[in-house]
Design a protein around this ligand. Structure first.
Ligand code: PHE
Length: 363
């Protein structure tokens, strides 16, 4: 018997042609190398369609075997070529995918180590310390969580006194070891009492021998807190306290010291100062200090920069000193306000937003 494939060579050719085409389509449909290997097996594997055809040759007479074998081998070769081409394509695609995934963008700027800078308010603090330092003032530092005694009572604001509400504050629902209520300090004035008491204790022996107390001359800069928030008030703000106590320190000295400070801070002699009568429980008499510039954008308007006054006798007594012998002045100024004036910044909150676009301009 002659097999169909053998009897009609034209049909065989047609069938081989279809086989090649179907391999081409299968290979093209394989999107992954593994799929391509499966497709290869369907044609060229041990039981693949081409292999089966070759096995079928065994049953043919020599002539037919030769002729058909050549045709089949030719088709096999074309399928192998198609396979190699498709492998190449997939390999290329994989390579491109990898190159793309691991791409290095050489135009991306490198990460530089940022250069820090001082906060504008810190700059002001440093200026204040340098200027007062040159006038013989010590610099002191104290707690931001303060007892009610130092923050109010020692400063002549008895409990339940209405003057306490001038400085409404953040109370901490907690007492210290001595049972005194704690709050966030509303001003740096408690540092007057802390520093003076430590100073008196330091010189107690000499004073007991009748030697005069070395003068107290100190500034105490730091953070303070109040329930306040608008363009010129922040719930956290800065103050710098000043205190000068001796046997003969007067309001005249306050004027001289504060004027000298302002002229040096703003680097101009064309500056006016005004001491406006005011009230604080811990000073008597008390004043607000205003300044006005002779030129520049703020020319002519008075701006409040500090509270001040002669230290009240009750407070001097709380320092541990005799108010009949020791006297002096204190002031509490706002470094945030000074910073706004110095750099012409209209909104205080900008200093505390932490926006580097703003802050880096002061580097
Ligand atoms: N502590 C006052 C305040 O915060 C300022 C002040 C300090 C006034 C020292 C007089 C003397 O407003």
């Amino acid at each position: 018997m002659r097999g169909g494939l053998f009897v009609f060579p034209a049909t065989i050719m047609n069938a081989l042609e279809q086989l090649v085409e179907s391999a081409r389509a299968d290979f093209a449909a394989a999107g992954q190398p593994a799929e391509l290997e499966n497709a290869k097996a369907r044609f060229l594997g041990k039981t693949g369609r081409v292999t089966e055809l070759l096995k079928g040759l065994a049953a043919l007479p020599p002539d037919a075997k030769k002729a058909q074998g050549a045709e089949i081998n030719q088709a096999k070769q074309r399928i192998e070529t198609l396979l190699a081409e498709r492998r190449d394509q997939l390999g290329q695609a994989e390579l491109e995918r990898q190159l793309h995934a691991e791409a290095l963008d050489v135009t991306l700027p490198g990460r530089r180590r940022g250069t820090g800078g001082l906060h504008p308010v810190s700059r002001t603090m440093e200026r204040i310390e340098a200027i007062f330092g040159s006038m013989g003032f010590d610099v002191a530092d104290g707690p931001e969580i303060e007892t009610d005694w130092y923050n109010f009572t020692a400063l002549n604001s008895p409990e339940n006194h209405p003057a306490r509400s001038m400085q409404d504050t953040f109370y901490v629902d907690m007492k210290d070891a001595e049972g005194r209520w704690l709050n966030l300090r509303t001003h740096t004035s408690p540092m007057q009492v802390r520093y003076a008491r430590a100073h008196v204790a330091r010189h107690a022996a000499a004073m007991a021998r009748g030697e005069p107390m070395p003068e107290i001359r100190v500034i105490a800069p730091g953070r303070t807190y109040r329930v306040d928030s608008d363009a010129t008030h922040s719930p956290m703000f800065h103050q710098c306290e000043g205190l000068w106590i001796g046997e003969n320190v007067s309001f005249k000295d306050l004027k001289a010291v504060f004027s000298a400070f302002c002229r040096r801070f703003f680097e101009t002699d064309e500056l006016q100062l005004r001491f406006r009568p005011s009230f604080f429980p811990f000073t008597e008499p008390s004043a607000e200090i205003d300044i006005a510039f002779a030129d520049g954008p703020l020319k002519g308007s008075w701006l409040e920069v500090s509270g001040a006054g002669q230290v009240h006798p009750n407070v001097v007594r709380n320092f541990g000193l005799d108010p009949e012998r020791y006297i002096g002045f204190a002031f509490g100024m706002g470094p945030d306000r000074l910073t706004m004036l110095r750099y012409g910044v209209a909104d205080l909150r900008l200093f505390f937003d932490g926006d580097l676009r703003f802050l880096s301009q002061f580097r």
